[in-house]
Ligand binder design. Structure first.
Ligand SMILES: Cc1cc2nc3c(=O)[nH]c(=O)nc-3n(C[C@H](O)[C@H](O)[C@H](O)COP(=O)(O)O)c2cc1C
Length: 178
């Protein structure tokens, strides 16, 4: 099973990048994750939506070929970061390559909400007609890594056992869902 990973942060020591890398490594016997570099995408331009720049075409082809998406989003001002919204806007126009794709949303924040508000917003965005993704339903499946600074070690490993064992159960459900 081939998944594409999107990270909504370009920060060098991003907890969301650590979370995505953790998922890619821990479940490598169940799926392969290719992380797309959404920081290389230009700003969305509707004038170019039907013949987008090469970087966007490559990105859209990767999404089209994937069995599903893993999206690791930070929460910026109660929503998703602009870099992630920009990537999703490209996917939503011209050839709508994300339609029907299974998606798992995960997120890490330094605070007590663990990206909850951003994840709720992201679900709404992914339900729009241009994206129309099949997101793993929220009931019991919300991977919210709160107080991230205390849950990853120096080398970027997720070291909080209850969180890891919860993620194990959600990943099994996501694999069946895909
Ligand atoms: C512009 C900005 C807005 C933020 N807004 C929120 C917020 O609304 N809620 C929250 O829990 N954390 C917020 N934070 C803190 C982030 O959760 C924290 O910086 C986190 O580490 C970002 O993810 P990253 O480590 O993957 O870069 C914000 C941070 C930035 C830089």
């Amino acid at each position: 099973m081939k998944l594409v990973g999107l990270v909504g942060s370009v920060r060098k020591n991003s907890y969301n990048a650590m979370l995505l890398n953790f998922l890619a490594k821990r479940y490598e016997d169940q799926f392969e994750v290719a992380v797309a570099d959404i920081s290389a995408l230009p700003f969305f331009n509707q004038d170019e939506e039907n013949a987008p720049p090469a970087a966007v075409q490559d990105f859209k082809k990767n999404i089209l070929d994937a069995d599903g998406l893993l999206i690791a989003t930070p929460e910026y001002n109660w929503s998703v970061p602009g870099i992630l919204k920009n990537a999703l806007d490209w996917l939503s126009r011209g050839e709508r390559v994300a339609v029907g794709k299974p998606v798992l949303i995960v997120g890490a924040s330094t605070g007590m909400m663990g990206t909850l508000r951003a994840q709720v917003h992201l679900r709404q965005i992914l339900s729009s007609p241009g994206l129309d993704c099949r997101v793993l339903p929220p009931g019991g499946n919300e991977i919210l890594v709160t107080f991230a600074a205390s849950k990853f070690d120096e080398s970027g490993q997720l070291i909080d056992e209850p969180t890891v064992s919860f993620i194990d159960t959600v990943i099994q459900k996501f694999v069946r869902f895909v």
